[in-house]
Write a protein that binds this ligand. Structure first.
Ligand code: NAD
Ligand code: MLT
Length: 342
């Protein structure tokens, strides 16, 4: 019988076409709550972006599920541990939207430095207020990059061509990687104290939630400007607003929020010095096609018994292997953490 895949968030048509060549595809955008739980037992695969919350309950309901695909990078909307315990492979599409996300972060940095959104809004209202929108150059400034992974590295590359100095904090990368990008490695405190712009590019985990809160913002250079195109809450939202309103932080540019779609009461909407976009980092034609095709190919491969390239909960395993080894993963995870600490 042909395996069945359920898609609950919009993905590009090219990805759907790949799936349709091999599987029975049902697209039910926005399916959630009891309706999602009721539908899942019929499916071998589930594909989402960031909107569908794939909780432990959802995973339990997917009694036939072999694979959950995320058309994008962040898997913070998926309970990966619950999937692992049930032997379900979770895959993402980690490379397809890197350039788009880095370009958005760079665009936000330039927009903020030159007050472009504020000037645009003012001029559209018929006002000619040149003196109010005096900005700063990027040249010669220090860009602090927190998280020098795929997106952080591409941002660093672009910033270097604008003659910025790059100072990075990332406890998990090698000096050689930073060196190749022309970046200096520092502690988080050094990045905070020395940077003129700080852009965060970590995943959202227990360790990075509120990584930058009131105490960290207080350490920064007066006038520092922040960019967050990674995940809402890595920079504490209320602390950021307070620091902008006090004048200690010169501005911020934010693409991602703790609650999405955004709560109208979100503190970041309250200041003109904070520019915002509605989670547009991966919203380009290229990125959407890339991630949809990548995740579709992964799902087809795993359902055909081949290994996944981008398994989040095990490197290159078949669904069959995952069924057998998945239940032991939490133990090996703990052992790995102990070894790392030792
Ligand atoms: P990545 O895994 O390649 O890079 C993340 C980096 O963060 C890694 O180098 C890792 O070592 C580092 N890191 C992890 N924990 C850290 C910590 N506590 N302190 C400092 N560094 C830490 O991921 P990526 O593809 O570069 O994506 C980065 C972030 O951007 C993710 O949160 C992703 O979901 C998000 N993203 C957002 C958009 C968007 O639409 N706005 C698009 C793409 C990616
Ligand atoms: C991602 O993690 O890939 C991004 O946030 C993009 C998205 O899902 O829209």
């Amino acid at each position: 019988m042909t395996a069945r895949v359920l898609i609950t968030d919009p993905i590009a048509a090219d990805g759907v076409q790949v799936l349709e060549q091999h599987l029975q595809v049902d697209t039910r955008i926005g399916l959630k709550g009891q309706e999602l739980l009721d539908a899942l037992p019929d499916y071998d695969a589930l594909i989402v972006r960031s909107e569908t919350r794939v909780t432990a309950d959802v995973i339990r309901a997917g009694t036939k599920l072999q694979i959950i695909g995320r058309a994008g990078v962040g898997v913070d909307n998926i309970d990966v541990n619950a999937a692992t315990e049930r032997g379900i492979v979770v895959v993402n599409a980690p490379t397809g939207n890197t350039i788009s996300a880095a370009e958005l972060a760079f665009g936000l940095m330039l927009s903020m430095a030159r007050n472009i959104p504020q000037a645009h809004g003012s001029l559209k209202q018929g006002q000619w207020r040149r003196n109010e929108f005096v900005g700063v150059e990027l040249r010669g400034k220090t860009l602090g990059v927190v998280g020098l992974g795929r997106v952080g590295s591409e941002l660093a590359r672009r910033a270097a061509t604008f003659e910025m100095k790059i100072l990075a904090y990332d406890p998990f990368i090698s000096e050689a990687h930073a060196h190749n990008l022309g970046a200096e490695i520092g502690t988080l405190e050094e990045v905070l104290r020395r940077s003129d712009f700080i852009s965060v590019h970590t995943p959202l985990t227990d360790a990075t939630k509120s990584l930058l809160g009131p105490a960290e913002l207080a350490l920064c250079k007066p006038g520092v400007r922040f960019i967050n195109a990674a995940r809402g809450g890595i920079i504490d939202e209320q602390a950021l607003l307070d620091a902008v309103e006090s004048g200690h932080v010169g501005g911020a540019a934010v693409d991602v929020f703790t609650k999405e779609p955004i709560d109208p009461a979100n503190p970041l909407l309250k200041s003109d010095k904070i520019i915002v976009t509605p989670h547009l980092g991966a919203s380009t034609e290229e990125a959407q096609t890339n991630v949809a095709v990548d995740v579709a190919e992964e799902v087809v491969a795993v359902l055909q018994g081949r290994a996944a390239r981008y398994a989040v909960n095990l490197p290159r395993v078949t669904a069959e292997t995952m069924k057998a080894t998945g239940p032991y993963m939490p133990v090996s995870d703990i052992c790995g953490n102990v070894v790392t600490q030792l």
